[in-house]
Design a binder for this molecule. Structure first.
Ligand code: ATP
Ligand code: MG
Length: 383
């Protein structure tokens, strides 16, 4: 029977927290498998998916591969622990050309042959059937694995598919990611989910200055991220009134600085409403005027909970590489305007001084503007 073997990142599953991590991992794998007909369960220190429709094989692999905490997968043949059956299965995994070796793991010590003997025997069978192949024990092109389990069953497989690793989502606390339509923030979300964070997103839009397409683009990004975060809800917050007020009452060059402070305040309030303990942004040091140390200091000073900036030390190239890998890039580069592009100053301050910022901001009724924005949230649950 064809099965899928799932290996987890063992390192996080040691010690007292093992059950906690493992049950989060199992529940997350079950979540991504719920659309498939299959059996999933633990068996002899591994997780195995059985009884699936072979047409779903590729889709199941893609889904499980993206579950944080999963280290790797193999598609294996599960046979009775009996030499002819093992040999038969191994032949199906034999390569067509090049070099190979057979590696055997014998957990069932009742099986009369030693690992090395089994490998030699099966390797011989493969050579008999494919006389062109050569054995190379040091750096073979292909390896056939034989894993003899304690329960009278043996797994035979060839390749190992690398998965995303990381920590199971749900084991790293909860955070609110500030999700724009750009390249960076979806990557920031991915990075924190990879460390086990449960995420919820906030997006600021400036309807009617920003379009419905711009809003939809962010929801589309949220949907892609959901592949990794497993659940996703976006709080869409109207920023129009705040921007209009800043535009009217504050010097132009402080527009972005003050806007950022409002975004942070609102994100933090949303975090508190949902029991989240951190805010996440896609900022990267020095990337733009609003991401200098001074600008970040100004934004950060309104926050009272940790603000995580997982991309702070990344170059744009590196961020784009991850964005491509996780599948958000093509959507991120769609040319819809972001709310930050409205009333954009010609010369934003790059090194705002906090005392100046506070003076400039005192022209506004900050509390009322924040409350008003919070009272008009549109919550979108991503299906
Ligand atoms: P991104 O590619 O994530 O948009 P960026 O390089 O365009 O980042 P900025 O526009 O300066 O950088 O934004 C910095 C961070 O502030 C973003 O990564 C995001 O976390 C947050 N942010 C910016 N605009 C919005 C928005 N409209 N809604 C929610 N968060 C936003
Ligand atoms: Mg942006």
């Amino acid at each position: 029977m064809k099965v899928i073997i799932i290996r987890y990142s063992e390192i996080h599953l040691k010690g007292n927290n093992r059950d906690y991590f493992e049950s989060a991992l199992v529940s997350n794998i079950k979540t991504v498998l719920k659309d498939f007909r299959c059996q999933f369960g633990r068996s002899n220190a591994r997780y195995i998916i059985r009884n699936f429709d072979e047409n779903d094989l590729e889709a199941i692999i893609q889904a499980v591969k993206n579950v944080f905490g999963v280290h790797s997968l193999s598609v294996a043949e599960e046979v009775d622990t009996d030499l002819p059956a093992i040999s038969n299965a191994a032949l199906a995994f034999a390569p067509n050309s090049g070099t190979f070796k057979v590696v055997t793991n014998r957990a069932d010590k009742r099986f009369p042959m030693k690992s090395m003997e089994i490998s030699a025997e099966i390797g011989g069978d493969i050579l008999d059937a494919h006389p062109d192949l050569k054995v190379d024990l040091v750096s073979p092109d292909n390896t056939v694995y034989i894993d003899i389990r304690e329960n009278g069953k043996t797994f035979v497989y060839g390749t190992t598919i690398k998965a995303v690793n990381g920590m199971p989502v749900g084991t790293g606390g909860k955070g609110i990611v500030m999700l724009s339509g750009g390249i960076d923030s979806p990557v920031a979300a991915y990075m924190m989910a990879k460390r086990g964070m449960t995420l919820r997103a906030v997006h600021f839009h400036s309807f009617p200055y920003t379009s419905m397409q711009a809003r939809q683009k962010v929801l589309d990004l949220a949907k892609i991220i959901k592949k990794y975060t497993l659940h996703m809800t976006v709080d869409v917050v109207s920023f129009t009134e705040i921007q209009t007020q800043i535009h009217e009452k504050c010097p132009e060059e402080y527009m972005i600085t003050i806007m950022r402070r409002f975004m942070m305040r609102i994100a933090e309030r949303i975090a508190k409403m949902h029991g989240a303990g951190a805010v996440i942004t896609g900022e990267s040091l020095g990337q733009v005027a609003s991401q200098t140390l001074e600008s970040i200091t100004s934004t950060n000073s309104v926050a009272t909970i940790p603000v995580f900036r997982p991309l702070i030390g990344f170059d744009k190239d590196e961020i784009i590489e991850i964005s491509n890998k996780i599948g958000t890039f093509e959507t991120s580069i769609l040319p819809y305007e972001d709310c930050c592009t409205i009333f954009l100053p010609k010369r934003p301050v790059t090194k705002p001084r906090l005392d100046h910022v506070l003076r400039v901001e005192s022209a506004l009724d900050v509390d009322a503007l924040v409350e008003n924005a919070l009272n008009n949230i549109e919550t979108v649950v991503i299906e």
